[in-house]
Every structure is written in C-alpha cells, then in structure tokens.
Design a protein. Structure first.
Length: 217
C-alpha cells in the first residue's frame, strides 16, 4: 500500500491511471482533482478523523444525525428529547415527525387488507390527516386557538415544525407541550375508532381528555 504523500510531488498530484476514461468518468475525475487542489499535506503521519464530530472520533449519535438530518443537528428534535414530557410521548412525537406511525396509508404499504381511509372523513389516513386535516382535528385546533389566543394553527407537520414552533419564540416550549398532548389525545381516540370501532359521540370529549392529560403531565 502506498502512502498518500507518494502521489503528491512538489505541489502537484501525480496519479497514474491503468486505463483510459470515458466522458462521464473524466468529468468525475476532474471534479476529484479540483477537490484535491485544496488539500495541503503536512509532514506527519496520516490520521483518520470523523468530520461529523468536533473531537474527530466516530459516534453512533453523529452517524444517526448524518443519516436522518444530513449531519445537521435538529434543534427542535433536541428540544423535544430535552423536555419534561414522559418518554412515551417523546417517542410518539418522534415517530410522528418521522412519519413512522401505523396510519392507514402506512399499513396499506405493508399489504394490510383493512380500510386505509379515515373513519370520519373517508379519505386516505396519513399523519397530516389525523392530526391536522380531519374534521375532528380541526375542531380541536380551532378550540385551542380561540382559548389561548393563538394567531394561527398549523396545517401540516412540516408547517408546525418550520413555522408554528419557532425556536426563538418564548412560547416554543409551551406550544410543543400543547401540541404533543393534542397529538396524543387525537391518536388515542383514533385508535378507539379504528381498532375498537368506538366512535366519538361528542368531539368535546377529546378536549376534556386533553385537559386531563395537561393536568397529569
């Protein structure tokens, strides 16, 4: 095995190829050479460093961050895990954010033979539909908007994370707490309908359940 410095002579990269390159390979080779022009070698042994950690040492945490957020720390997720919410709610919200909940559409992709539509609206049941678009969810969000004086309510998971939960807002933690409780209540009532065939007789019952969760947690 030849060391890297043996290919670097008097400030020029000297690399021999065993065969000619086609057009695509030549373009890729040119891009690599442009990157190498910025490399400055020093007179000490080579070291392996993991660029996604300041320490240069590999960690599973940074690998997970790379795989999920392209190496960027997700400050909202960090705030979620650092909150005082019960662990099961943290995991639940993480699954919702990752679109990993067992919704009708998700189950259909796994060859589930049941109805993948919302029991109330009769449209495809997705994460966004359960928590934002369903008539039941809209009623809950509008009720909280009026009660707490919110200027707006989120329309989708992306809208909630990017616009409705600004990290710089002093209400960010409070809104995160409220939205998590709303999500959990909607999910539990959804499961009663989808699994136990128990319909909600009055949407106000969901609000009462949310209030009991707020007092508990």
């Amino acid at each position: 095995m030849r060391a890297v410095y043996r290919f670097y002579k008097e400030g020029v990269w000297d690399l021999d190829l065993n065969r000619p390159l086609d057009e695509n390979e030549y373009n890729e080779w040119s891009d690599i050479m442009e990157l190498l022009e910025t490399v400055q070698l020093q007179d000490h042994p080579d070291q392996v460093k993991w660029v996604y950690e300041k320490s240069g040492i590999f960690s599973t945490r940074s690998m997970y961050r790379l795989m999920t957020f392209r190496g960027v720390t997700n400050r909202r997720t960090k705030r979620l895990w650092g909150s005082r919410l019960p662990l099961k709610l943290k995991v639940f919200m993480w699954l919702a954010d990752q679109d990993r909940l067992q919704t009708g559409v998700a189950l259909k992709k796994k060859k589930w033979k049941g109805d993948h539509r919302c029991i109330i609206c009769r449209v495809q049941e997705t994460v966004d539909h359960i928590f934002f678009e369903c008539h039941q969810a809209r009623f809950i969000w509008i009720s909280f908007k009026e009660a707490l004086g919110w200027e707006k309510i989120p329309d989708t998971m992306q809208d909630m994370l990017e616009s409705w939960l600004p990290l710089s807002s002093p209400q960010c933690s409070f809104k995160l707490f409220c939205s998590t409780i709303i999500f959990w209540a909607l999910w539990t009532f959804r499961n009663k309908m989808a699994i136990e065939n128990v319909l909600v007789s009055d949407p106000a019952n969901i609000i009462f359940k949310i209030l009991s969760y707020l007092q508990r947690w």
